[in-house]
Design a protein around this ligand. Structure first.
Ligand code: AMP
Ligand code: MG
Length: 412
C-alpha cells in the first residue's frame, strides 16, 4: 500500500522546495554569452558614461546667453569658427561670446559653449549662423557621467541580464562577467508503454512526449538538460538509471509516481538515499508529484500525463532552477482577469486550467483553451496562461474575476 501522508498544498510544496535550494557556484563567461544569465557579482563602474560632455543634437555649440531674444523675425547672428564631428577632437576649438562651432550628435562639446542649438532652428550664411530661437543653458547638452558615474553599482548580484544590461556592460568595457553556474538536469521518462522518437511503435505503446517538453523547458530557463532515455517499469531498471542521474544538480522523472502496481519511482528513493519531502499535491492536474533531495541534488518525480508534467514543472521545477541560478525574481506574473465562461469545480484541490487571455479596452479577459483532461496537450499548446482556482473555491460564473498566471511572460 502506498500512503497519502505526504500531501501538501501548492503553496506548501513551493515553500518546501525553495527552502531546500542552495544556490550554485559561479563561472566567468564572455558578456556576449551572458544574455538571460544571472549575475554572481555586483558590477561597479570604473568609468563615466558618457566619458565627456557631448551634444545630444546636430547643430551649433553656443553660449546660451548669446541667443537671448532670438526669433524668426529677429535672428541672432554669430560667427562660425569651426566644426566638431562625433569622435573628433576639441583641441584648439573654443566658443567665445559671439561665436559658434558646428557640432554633430555625440561630439565632445568644446570649451566655452554651454548649449547646442539644433540645425532646424538656424540658417547658415557667409560663415555666420542665424539663430531663430533662444536656447536655455544646457539645452541638448549631455553631461559626462550623466548615465553612469565612476563608482556606481550598475548591476546587482542576482540580476537576470537583459539586452539593455548587456549594453551597459559594453558601455563599461566589461567583456567578462561572473554569473551563476547553470544547473545540470537529468531527464528520465518512465513507462513500459513508451516508444521513443523514430522507434517502431508496438500495440499498446504511445510516444514519449514528456522528455521533450521538459528538455525544452529546461533549456528555456538556461539550465543544461541531459536526456537519460526511457526506463522500463521495473525496480532494477529504475534504480540503475536514477543512480546515474543523481550526479546532476537536478533529476526530473515523469510517470511512475502514482498508485499503479508498476509505479516504482518512489520505492527506490530510500535505497538511493533520497529523502522525500512530499508525494502528493492538492492540485489538478498534477496530484501525484514528489519532491526529494539527496545531498544538494533536487529530485522531482513529476506525474506522467503530459499536461500535468508541464504544469508541475512550471509550478515547482522552474522556480527551483531559477533559485539554483541565484535569480531574485522567480514568480510568474499573476493578474486578475474576467472569466468568459462558467467553470465547474469542487473544493479540496486547487485547479490550474489552461487558459488564453486577451486584452480588450484595457481589461483582461480569459477563457479556457478547451478539453482540460491532463492527457490533452493540445489545450496546453494553445494556452498563454493558467487560470488559478484556489483549493476552497467552488463553481465560478462567467463575468467573475479570477487569477491568472502568465506562463509565457518573464518572472517578476
Ligand atoms: P503513470 O503515472 O506512469 O501511470 O502515467 C500516467 C499517464 O501518463 C499514463 O497514461 C502514461 O501513459 C502517460 N505518460 C507517462 N509518461 C509519459 C511520457 N513520457 N509521454 C507521454 N505520456 C506519458
Ligand atoms: Mg507509468
Amino acid at each position: 500500500m502506498k500512503n497519502n501522508d505526504l500531501t501538501v498544498s501548492v503553496e506548501e510544496a513551493k515553500r518546501m522546495i525553495l527552502n531546500s535550494v542552495s544556490t550554485l557556484g559561479s563561472e566567468i563567461i564572455s558578456f556576449m554569452e551572458a544574455y538571460d544569465r544571472v549575475l554572481y557579482e555586483d558590477v561597479v563602474s570604473d568609468v563615466m558614461v558618457p566619458p565627456m560632455d557631448d551634444s545630444a543634437m546636430d547643430g551649433y555649440a553656443v553660449i546660451a546667453d548669446d541667443t537671448r531674444g532670438a526669433s524668426k523675425e529677429n535672428p541672432v547672428r554669430v560667427r562660425i569658427t569651426g566644426e566638431i564631428q562625433a569622435g573628433g577632437s576639441i583641441k584648439g576649438k573654443n566658443v567665445s561670446k559671439g561665436t559658434a562651432i558646428r557640432i554633430m550628435t555625440g561630439a565632445h562639446i568644446p570649451e566655452g559653449a554651454d548649449s547646442v542649438i539644433q540645425f532646424e532652428d538656424t540658417e547658415e550664411e557667409d560663415g555666420y549662423v542665424k539663430i531663430f530661437s533662444e536656447v536655455s543653458k544646457h539645452k541638448n547638452y549631455r553631461f559626462s557621467g550623466e548615465s553612469i558615474k565612476r563608482g556606481d553599482t550598475v548591476l546587482k548580484k542576482g540580476d537576470r541580464l537583459n539586452s539593455a544590461d548587456i549594453g551597459l556592460l559594453a558601455a563599461m568595457n566589461r567583456s567578462a562577467v561572473k554569473v551563476y553556474r547553470r544547473p545540470t538536469v537529468s531527464i528520465i521518462s518512465t513507462g513500459d508503454e513508451l516508444a521513443d522518437i523514430g522507434e517502431e511503435i508496438k500495440a499498446g505503446q504511445i510516444r514519449n512526449i514528456n522528455a521533450y517538453t521538459l528538455y525544452s523547458e529546461v533549456k528555456k530557463y538556461n539550465a543544461i538538460p541531459h536526456y537519460m532515455g526511457i526506463v522500463k517499469d521495473t525496480l532494477k531498471d529504475t534504480k540503475d538509471i536514477f543512480l546515474k542521474a543523481l550526479k546532476s544538480d537536478v533529476v526530473i522523472s515523469t510517470g511512475g509516481v502514482s498508485m499503479g502496481r508498476y509505479d516504482f519511482v518512489k520505492d527506490i528513493y530510500p535505497d538511493l538515499g533520497i529523502e522525500v519531502q512530499f508525494e502528493w499535491v492538492k492540485v489538478k492536474p498534477g496530484r501525484p508529484c514528489t519532491f526529494g533531495k539527496k545531498g544538494n541534488t533536487l529530485v522531482f518525480g513529476l506525474p506522467g500525463n503530459p499536461v500535468s508534467t508541464l504544469t508541475s514543472f512550471i509550478q515547482f521545477v522552474r522556480p527551483a532552477l531559477l533559485m539554483l541560478m541565484g535569480a531574485k525574481r522567480i514568480e510568474k506574473p499573476v493578474v486578475n482577469a474576467i472569466l468568459e465562461e462558467d467553470i465547474k469545480k469542487e473544493p479540496g484541490k486547487a485547479h490550474l486550467l489552461r487558459g488564453c487571455f486577451t486584452i480588450r479596452n484595457n481589461e483582461i479577459y480569459v477563457s479556457t483553451t478547451g478539453n482540460q483532461k491532463s492527457s490533452v496537450l493540445l489545450s496546453m499548446s494553445a494556452a498563454n496562461c493558467l487560470i488559478v482556482i484556489p483549493e476552497s473555491k467552488t463553481n465560478i460564473k462567467a463575468g467573475e474575476k479570477v487569477t491568472i498566471q502568465l506562463i509565457d511572460h518573464d518572472e517578476v
